[in-house]
Design a protein around this ligand. Sequence first.
Ligand code: ADP
Ligand code: 5SP
Length: 466
Amino acid sequence: MTLVAGVDSSTQNCKVVIRDAATGDLVRSGRAGHPHGTEVDPEHWWQALRTAISRAEGLDGVAAIAIAGQQHGLIALDIDGRVIRPALLWNDTRSAAAARDLVSETGAETYAGRTGTVPVASFTAAKLRWLRDNEPDNAAKVAAVALPHDWLTWRLRGYGPAASSPLGPELGELVTDRSDASGTAYWNPSTGEYDLELFERALGHAATLPRILGPSERAGTAAGTSIVVGAGAGDNAGAALGLGAARGDVVVSIGTSGTVFAVTGRPTSDSTGTVAGFADATGLFLPLVATLNAARVLDAVAGVLDVDHDRLGLLALEAPPGSHGLVLLPYFEGERTPNLPDATATLFGLTLRSTTRPALARAAIEGMLCGLADGLEAVRGQGVETGRILLIGGAAQNAAVQAIAAQTFEPPVVVPRPGEYVADGAATQAAWALTGTRPRWPLSIAAEPAPDHRPVIREQYTRHAP
Ligand SMILES: Nc1ncnc2c1ncn2[C@@H]1O[C@H](COP(=O)(O)OP(=O)(O)O)[C@@H](O)[C@H]1O
Ligand SMILES: O=C(CO)[C@@H](O)[C@H](O)COP(=O)(O)O
């Protein structure tokens, strides 16, 4: 049996799956936690990857591996391959003003036309600009810029600072792929090239950027082994690949971030900045809307109600659609879409009838899903075909979230069996890099909640949303 490994280095955890390359059967897996916070020393991610691999009983028998990861995070390296400061993550909003400055100097139309996106705080370009404005000494030291999956792939291949890596600080050996490059706001999805002028406008000077590999290209081998290393991908592109999402499938992922995206054959460019014109991991495109407030909205409300996720779901189903008029705008961490980095969460419609534990539980789920339903509408507004919804991510495992999703979204909702689809996409890519042929592993469906669209949920949310 030929084995392949896929990694999801996500915001909260590192997950490793090891699959049979021919059938896709899961052979073993492991995971390890990441530190909390929106600024993290990437060394923690490297250590978590090593721990997750060892919890998956190591890479014995594995012929190829690829790493997918959280997008956008800024890893700034000096000339010796050392990390200059902790990475700034996609959900770190301190770069909101820097994003506004970039857009006002360059123009939203220009950004959308040249990069497919209009940067907000999440994007790497905005983080570079923040570094330049706020930590000029650090900015001056930047010799290379990598994203989380690029840097982990580099480390896995044996590169890094001289003191801790066998192959040393070869910055020219950094690689990435189209999907993650498309989240930087200095890469052009139409040409497939970096926009070096926009990069330099953000950082203030030139630096080494990872070479962009094609979907099935090999990055090299894991240090000291003959294990093939694939290009890797951004996490959402990884999920699309892992699900085998076809044109017309919309993926709604409810993890730390909430994302809505669909595979399409042409690049998009939305100068309002709502839809990010990303690339996918197969050579196509992946228009995407992301929210900062997703599964952790439910974590927070479950905490307030002092219940676990299952009980939160049961409570929510005790209240009717619309939660007796209670509406939660769930901007606990500010928000990315809509672009409200300084917003906070608000509850509307508190009456004696709606001030109940069930209504609060339901309002949390409805509020979280309404942000994603707005995202679906925006993706559709880009002329993208949107058929069924594939609902994934930690919170998609909750039966109440599934049922309320079928009430919030108009298209039919399908819930794939619980799984690590980002890591599966990376494993698919590893098999592709190994054999030269993209594997088509079967997808099992766990639930198909009956269509039950209730317009009241979005109508009352829209009345309160900015
Ligand atoms: N049954 C559940 N109901 C609601 N939320 C859940 C459930 N199971 C896990 N979660 C939440 O899902 C999140 C993790 O989802 P995941 O997709 O693994 O995140 P990420 O990949 O972004 O780290 C956590 O916030 C967790 O509390
Ligand atoms: O910012 C985005 C996509 O644009 C997020 O998807 C991040 O990539 C992190 O995702 P998770 O850790 O929630 O999977």
